[in-house]
Write a protein that binds this ligand. Structure first.
Ligand code: AMP
Ligand code: GLY
Length: 426
């Protein structure tokens, strides 16, 4: 098919990276991004519809009949966007609501993992704070308290002591810090090790794992300060050694998809496993029902050739290993954030140096929180840009990415200077 129309739902760095990759496909797709950002505006038509405006998106799609809709963020998937689109005869890359519960409900996700025999932290779920506190007292700290539902990355509390854990339980269940998402909590054991993100494309039955990546969740260098949505990522993550791949496939992805099928749930899209590589092997910290952000910015530049046939195959139940190939080398993404993020931050500051940075070899600047104001790109979110560079190896990619980041300026700009340090110091 020539020039298929594709709707990309979302407006962050991940969606800009998806649009950038799709734009290079041999089928020359026409792209529409809802709502998109100043970066996607260069590749796509931006629709002024929020990613969670399912009625609005569906009305647009019924009228314009996109060949495929690719959903970036979790919120619309957990709210049933894919169900509604499929019921209207539209093709979607992204799981139905029932499958998206792997991310939308940590209680559901843990239950699937336990029934499927997937290695994961020992945990119990509670809908009553007294019972949660009693269970916490039976464990040895540190331990982890997790709000059941979506909490914009804030619902996981690592507790060094029992009083901290009791306080976390009260925050979620008594004081309602996460709203309805905290009505149930998981109390689980703490896992020690290095983290890695492994994503797999799946049509519900077959699966193909993507190149490994590692995220950097804390705001400051050396993993200090509060958690964020992710301050940078690199791929591959050498901590995922070749011997681990068959284990991750057979112990994590295959049993999870099988357990879902037993429940009558067909997962179509990308399944993201957040892993802790412990000395007892990989254990699942969490599942996400979508591409990671910023992992996607570090993974897609390494994807060789067309991506649309792979996304298509997931939607249609026709996934094959040959759909996915990688170029050698490495890729690093450094997130530039607005001053104050992940706390309150300013918007509307002009950004300078974008073209200068993008001219450097191997460099692509993905936009996240940006918009156009009078023809100029200004800041419009906490995570503003994902400066990305490929290289023959990680060292070259890191050198290039920091050369590029140094050329970009906006008021209050912050970025970590140590992205990929674990791999470089290994
Ligand atoms: P999640 O949203 O479940 O990935 O949790 C966010 C972050 O909390 C993870 O990336 C880990 O750094 C940390 N985390 C979650 N669960 C555990 C656990 N059981 N043990 C240690 N760290 C954890
Ligand atoms: N980078 C973490 C996430 O996408 O959830």
């Amino acid at each position: 098919m020539k020039s298929p129309l594709i709707l990309i739902v979302g407006g962050g760095g991940r969606e800009h990276a998806i649009a950038w990759k799709l734009k290079q496909d041999s089928s020359a797709p026409r792209l529409v991004c809802a709502p998109g950002n100043a970066g996607t505006a260069e590749l796509a038509e931006n629709l002024p519809l929020a990613a969670t405006d399912i009625d609005g998106l569906l009305a647009w799609a019924v009228e314009h009949k996109p060949y495929l809709t690719v959903v970036g963020p979790e919120a619309p998937l957990c709210a049933g966007l894919a169900d509604r689109f499929r019921a209207a005869g539209l093709r979607v890359f992204g799981p139905d609501r029932a499958a998206a519960q792997l991310e939308g409900s940590k209680v559901f996700s843990k239950d699937v993992m336990v029934k499927a025999g997937v290695p994961t932290a020992k945990a119990e779920s509670f809908s009553e704070p007294g019972a949660a506190r009693a269970y916490a007292r039976s464990l040895r700290p540190p331990l982890v308290v997790k709000a059941d539902g979506l909490a914009a990355g804030k619902g996981v509390l690592i507790c060094r002591s029992l009083p901290e854990a009791e306080n976390a339980i009260d925050e979620a269940m008594v004081r309602g810090a996460f709203g309805a998402s905290g009505a149930q909590v998981l109390v689980e054991e703490y896992l020690d090790g290095e983290e890695a993100s492994i994503l797999a494309l799946t049509d519900g039955e077959r699966l193909v794992m993507l190149a490994s990546a590692q995220d950097h969740k804390r705001i400051f260098d050396r993993d200090e300060g509060p958690n964020t949505g992710g301050m940078g990522a690199y791929s591959p993550a050498p901590v995922v050694t070749p011997d681990l791949w068959p284990t991750i496939r057979s112990k994590v992805f295959e049993p999870t998809l099988l357990e879902l099928r037993k429940r009558g749930i067909v997962y179509r899209g990308v399944l993201y496993a957040g892993l802790m590589l412990t000395r007892y092997g990989p254990q699942v910290l969490e599942f996400n029902c979508r591409f990671g952000d910023p992992e996607t910015q570090a993974i897609l530049p390494r994807w060789e050739g067309d991506i649309l046939p792979a996304l298509d195959a997931c939607a249609d139940g026709a996934l094959r290993d040959e759909c996915v190939r990688w170029v050698d080398g490495a890729c690093v993404c450094v997130v530039m954030s607005a001053g104050g993020y992940p706390g309150p931050f300013k918007k509307g500051d002009p950004i300078y140096g974008l073209k200068d940075a993008a001219r450097l070899p191997g460099v692509t600047v993905f936009h996240a929180g940006t918009r156009l104001e009078g023809g100029h790109v200004v800041t419009d979110g906490g995570r503003v840009l994902g400066v990305t560079a490929t290289g023959e190896g990680l060292r070259q990619a890191v050198t290039r990415v920091y050369d590029a980041a140094a050329r970009i300026r906006f008021a209050g700009a912050h970025y970590r200077k140590d992205i990929a340090w674990r791999a470089l110091s290994a």
